[in-house]
Write a protein that binds this ligand. Structure first.
Ligand SMILES: *[C@@H]1O[C@H](CO)[C@@H](O)[C@H](O)[C@H]1NC(C)=O
Ligand SMILES: *[C@@H]1O[C@H](CO)[C@@H](O)[C@H](O)[C@H]1NC(C)=O
Ligand SMILES: *[C@@H]1O[C@H](CO)[C@@H](O)[C@H](O)[C@H]1NC(C)=O
Ligand SMILES: *[C@@H]1O[C@H](CO)[C@@H](O)[C@H](O)[C@H]1NC(C)=O
Ligand SMILES: *[C@@H]1O[C@H](CO)[C@@H](O)[C@H](O)[C@H]1NC(C)=O
Ligand SMILES: *[C@@H]1O[C@H](CO)[C@@H](O)[C@H](O)[C@H]1NC(C)=O
Ligand SMILES: *[C@@H]1O[C@H](CO)[C@@H](O)[C@H](O)[C@H]1NC(C)=O
Ligand SMILES: *[C@@H]1O[C@H](CO)[C@@H](O)[C@H](O)[C@H]1NC(C)=O
Ligand SMILES: *[C@@H]1O[C@H](CO)[C@@H](O)[C@H](O)[C@H]1NC(C)=O
Ligand SMILES: *[C@@H]1O[C@H](CO)[C@@H](O)[C@H](O)[C@H]1NC(C)=O
Ligand SMILES: *[C@@H]1O[C@H](CO)[C@@H](O)[C@H](O)[C@H]1NC(C)=O
Ligand SMILES: *[C@@H]1O[C@H](CO)[C@@H](O)[C@H](O)[C@H]1NC(C)=O
Length: 827
């Protein structure tokens, strides 16, 4: 998902003035990579190779905050300006405070979470001179000192106060280091979350226990404004009695009320009934050593109550020290990261850093809020994940990647999707801040649970997933028309009636934004393919035929008369009477002269027919039947010319999900070596390990996992067990699947580091010649999960520099429905 609702915010950004993360991070990672030369794989600490700052500028929207794998809390500073994830690297932005709730990579330009900021202050003239309001308290940071690692975040303000944080799942420890002999003050903010959505709440200071509880109602960052969610925090500020709260008070706007604990010991409560307020608490703390003031604050979070927020802190942090919590977090990250074991000493350090940073982000979200449910989910017995934000982004690469190594995590998230159907009648598409967010392509959850079903058909039951129930949830998405398909499900009635989503149709049975008819038809068709795949898996013969047919609905919006740049045939939106409604295929592409002003996203005024894409871009999206797309486009040679033109003319958008598979399109026209060339170009033109090293929003690691597949040399077809073979950027790696107790090693023969370039130099060996799986020959262009990652063993990919010789699939093209592909079930 790229930028939504307010796309023009992109234009208002200042010019970057430099990378803010400490340069020492790069030195530290480089040294750690070098040190692996003398380490055995089991000794390697993979957390050392992670750079959490990748994607923290250039609209990556990555949160570098301290988090556990799937952590519900992600401690990060919040910055002024465009900062959806709280943090941005841009040195010109000001720090508002440190806060525990964030999403990572999401596209809402409003920002998401950022509730309960705490800001350390120096108030040389005393309590009643402290700068409490947002505008008054913001500060610049000390340049080039920001630091982060898995389970750790640190930022130093330009007044030399350092803030650090380390997490548990729903709580964490904060540490503040003040200049010597200074008197530490803290302001705690009740009402300023990032989107400015506060709808009322309460703050209570219990001076006896040094406990400040705070909570309220806030609005969605990416969904209908009428919905609110609850969030609560519990700040314990005395560090088990080592610190003293000398002065405290509450403030609203410029008014404040001060108390000292000795005054009468009673609680101080601030109760706000909604609206835009500036309000919160202010207190001072006396550190154990005034010559070196270091203060520890324990924070618990809950989406249910302040009592539970306090209980979470007690249970998860207890009296553990900052360093103990940090070590536990590091161990949890190591357990996830080691599932990818790259031969680091023989791999280019850039590849290692990008791969483990991507692996890290692939476990950062969604946020595990199990036990913290509210609303309809309050009493659920299923796991519960917040921030499925959005499924349209994550089905393509994020979940297929998870499927290769993390069966249990995947199963829990699938259960959360199915639980959405149990509670609402449809699976969630874009759960944001625990609320239903806007749908983009339809019910993309179908592709996520469908991919799980085909990947773990044999283990599903043991993993707690009933495939019949999973199937029922998918059928509901495909068959039951929601009264409002803006937030879940599809516009089923008219899609079924016409065989496509018609433009300008009178739909008397349901409502939603009457836009994106072209891309919704394409996404619905692919969702029908996923459903067909599960029907086939479960032996539901009649349904296989029904949904195979439905998945062909993409054909109904192919307008063979539209010509652009000399290429004929494009997907177009279509009236109910069957007449196409012409849109220039260039519209909403980077080459659109009105790109900056044309509504291309979720706006009701988007008349382009496509979501965040041009027709040029979406016209490649038929992953289940590309062979027929080749035919529609006029045959292999035109298809290949058109692919080249697509990239050369600048219609490709690396940061946009519908474009993810396009660089590998050459495979389907029997030219796999050209896919290898294109993927090298895409990686080197769009990705690197700096803060600006992502081509767009990370979108809950959609981008991270796209890069992983590119670097590791293969690519998934969601909803299927087929993977497309590419050329790895590393000579050897192993993917461990601890649930299956299976390890699969990919070894590359004739690996040539010279091939790691935007343009593969003449003579560099990079093109796939032969592939063997456990000694048996395997096709050059694709492989099946059940022969490889579900079996374990060794895949040997032999490369050559002789591109011409190997630029064919040797008679075994990847599957397409219309040429008899996907006809058998592997399990
Ligand atoms: C690895 O060990 C060798 C021999 O002890 C030593 O010379 C070399 O410097 C070490 N390399 C690294 C990167 O530590
Ligand atoms: C920090 O960077 C900003 C922006 O480049 C600059 O204005 C400021 O002077 C720098 N501060 C220091 C202490 O170098
Ligand atoms: C911060 O610390 C540095 C060095 O430790 C010192 O030079 C500088 O004056 C301090 N700045 C402030 C605002 O205290
Ligand atoms: C103060 O608040 C706490 C909850 O943090 C509550 O248990 C306590 O009874 C309150 N004390 C007073 C005097 O109201
Ligand atoms: C989510 O949290 C619950 C409760 O702690 C835990 O049982 C579950 O394993 C977690 N899930 C993941 C994927 O981390
Ligand atoms: C599927 O499509 C074929 C060809 O258009 C048609 O003959 C068949 O009846 C359809 N099957 C179903 C179940 O709709
Ligand atoms: C179909 O409907 C559109 C929009 O109302 C109209 O412009 C077009 O002429 C109609 N086509 C036919 C064949 O009636
Ligand atoms: C494209 O090439 C493949 C492999 O040579 C062939 O099987 C297929 O029929 C061709 N497609 C078209 C539309 O000509
Ligand atoms: C698209 O824009 C790029 C860069 O401005 C330009 O090189 C290219 O020729 C344009 N393509 C078309 C088809 O207009
Ligand atoms: C490694 O990455 C850095 C940062 O993007 C870049 O400057 C350098 O050229 C890269 N080296 C190679 C060999 O790709
Ligand atoms: C990283 O990529 C971004 C975006 O493509 C680019 O602006 C930046 O110059 C690159 N940095 C390095 C060091 O390669
Ligand atoms: C996992 O596989 C290894 C190697 O195949 C085997 O030695 C070990 O016993 C297996 N562990 C379990 C728990 O099955």
């Amino acid at each position: 998902m790229i930028n939504l609702i307010v796309p023009l915010v992109l234009l208002l950004l200042p010019v970057w003035t430099g990378a803010q993360p400490s340069p020492e991070i790069y030195e530290r990672i480089e040294a750690a990579i070098k040190a692996t030369a003398n380490q055995s794989a089991s000794e390697i600490d993979y957390t050392q190779f992670v750079n959490p700052f990748i994607g923290t500028s250039n609209w990556g929207n990555v949160c570098p905050g301290a988090s556990l794998p799937f952590g519900m809390v992600k401690f990060s500073t919040d910055m002024t300006g465009y900062a959806p994830a709280g943090y941005v690297a841009d040195v010109n932005e000001w720090i508002r405070g440190l806060s525990p709730l964030h999403d990572s990579g999401t596209g809402s330009s409003l920002g998401t979470y950022g509730n309960f900021e705490i800001m350390p202050l120096l108030c040389p003239y005393g309590f009643n001179t402290c700068a409490t309001t947002l505008q008054a308290r913001i500060r610049r940071r000390k340049n080039h000192t920001d630091d982060a690692a898995p389970g750790y975040f640190s930022l130093t303000l330009n007044n030399n106060i350092t803030m650090e944080a380390t997490p548990t799942r729903r709580a964490g420890s904060e540490r503040f280091t003040f200049p010597a002999y200074s008197r530490p003050y803290f302001v705690l903010d009740l009402s300023n979350d990032l989107p400015g959505s506060f709808a009322g709440g309460e703050l209570n200071i219990d001076p006896e226990r040094g406990r400040i509880t705070i909570g309220g109602r806030y609005g969605s960052s990416f969904g209908p404004g009428r919905y609110n969610y609850n969030a609560y925090a519990c700040y314990d500020v005395l560090d088990g009695g080592k610190q003293k709260m000398e002065e405290y008070g509450v403030w609203t706007g410029l008014a404040w009320m001060q108390k000292v604990p000795t005054f009468d010991g009673s609680n101080l409560t601030l109760n706000l009934i909604g609206g835009i307020y500036q309000s919160g608490a202010l207190f001072s703390l006396t550190p154990p050593e005034i010559e070196k003031p270091v203060l520890n604050i324990r924070v618990g979070i809950s989406f249910r109550s302040v009592e539970q927020a306090c209980a979470n802190a007690e249970e998860e942090v207890g009296s553990a020290s900052f360093e103990e919590i940090r070590q536990r977090a590091r161990a949890q990250w190591q357990d996830k990261l080691k599932r990818l074991e790259i031969d680091i000493p023989n791999t280019h350090p850039n590849v290692t850093q990008m791969a483990y940073s991507s692996m890290y982000r692939s476990f950062l979200t969604p946020n595990n809020a199990t036990g913290e449910t509210q609303g309809e989910f309050r009493d659920t017995t299923s796991p519960y994940f917040d921030s499925l934000y959005c499924s349209w982004d994550t089905f393509r690469t994020a979940f297929p990647w998870m499927g290769l190594h993390s069966a249990e995590d995947y199963a829990q998230i699938v259960d959360t999707y199915i639980d959405g159907w149990r509670k609402h009648g449809w699976m969630p598409e874009c759960r944001a801040n625990n609320l239903p967010g806007w749908t983009q392509g339809g019910s993309s959850a179908d592709n996520i649970v469908g991919h799980f079903a085909v990947t773990y058909a044999n283990e599903a039951e043991a993993l707690g997933i009933d495939l019949e129930e999973l199937y029922a949830a998918m059928v509901a998405d495909a068959e039951i028309n929601p009264p409002e398909w803006n937030t879940m499900g599809r516009q089923v009635n008219v899609y079924k009636q016409y065989g496509f989503v018609p433009f300008s149709v009178l739909d008397t049975s349901s409502t939603g934004r009457q836009t994106r008819e072209g891309s919704r038809t394409l996404e619905y068709a692919f969702e029908d393919f996923s459903l067909r795949q599960v029907a086939q898996l479960l032996g539901k013969t009649g349904d296989v035929e029904k949904y195979t047919n439905a998945s062909m609905s993409y054909r109904n919006i192919w307008d063979r008369f539209v010509v652009s740049d000399g290429f004929r045939g494009f997907f177009q939106k279509k009236y109910p009477n069957g007449t196409f409604a012409f849109t220039d295929p260039i519209n909403c592409s980077p080459n659109d002269t009105q790109y900056e002003t044309r509504p291309c996203s979720l706006q009701g005024s988007n008349v382009n027919g496509f979501y965040e894409s041009s027709s040029w871009e979406y016209s490649w999206f038929v992953p289940h039947d590309t062979a027929n797309l080749v035919t529609l486009m006029g045959g292999n040679s035109t298809f290949l010319k058109r692919l080249d033109h697509f990239f050369d003319a600048g219609y490709y958008q690396a940061g946009n999900e519908p474009s993810f598979q396009t660089p590998i399109g050459y495979h389907y026209a029997d030219r796999p070596a050209q896919s290898v060339d294109r993927v090298r170009e895409v990686v080197y033109q769009n990705f690197n390990y700096t803060d600006s090293g992502l081509p767009g929003n990370d979108d809950q690691a959609a981008m991270a996992t796209l890069l992983l597949f590119h670097l590791l040399g293969f690519y998934p077809v969601p909803g299927s067990t087929q993977y497309l073979q590419l050329s790895p950027f590393t000579p050897k790696y192993t993917i461990h699947n601890p649930y299956l107790n299976i390890s699969t090693t990919i070894r590359v023969e004739n690996f040539d580091e010279k091939s790691l370039a935007e343009v593969i130099p003449e003579g560099a060996s990079a093109y796939v010649d032969t592939v063997t799986v456990n000694g048996e020959p395997s096709p050059r262009c694709h492989f099946d999960l059940y022969d490889t990652f579900k079996k374990g063993g060794e895949i040997v990919v032999t490369l050559t520099a002789d591109k011409e010789r190997v630029d064919s699939c040797e008679g075994s093209l990847p599957d397409s429905l219309s040429t008899g592909g996907f006809s058998t079930v592997r399990r």
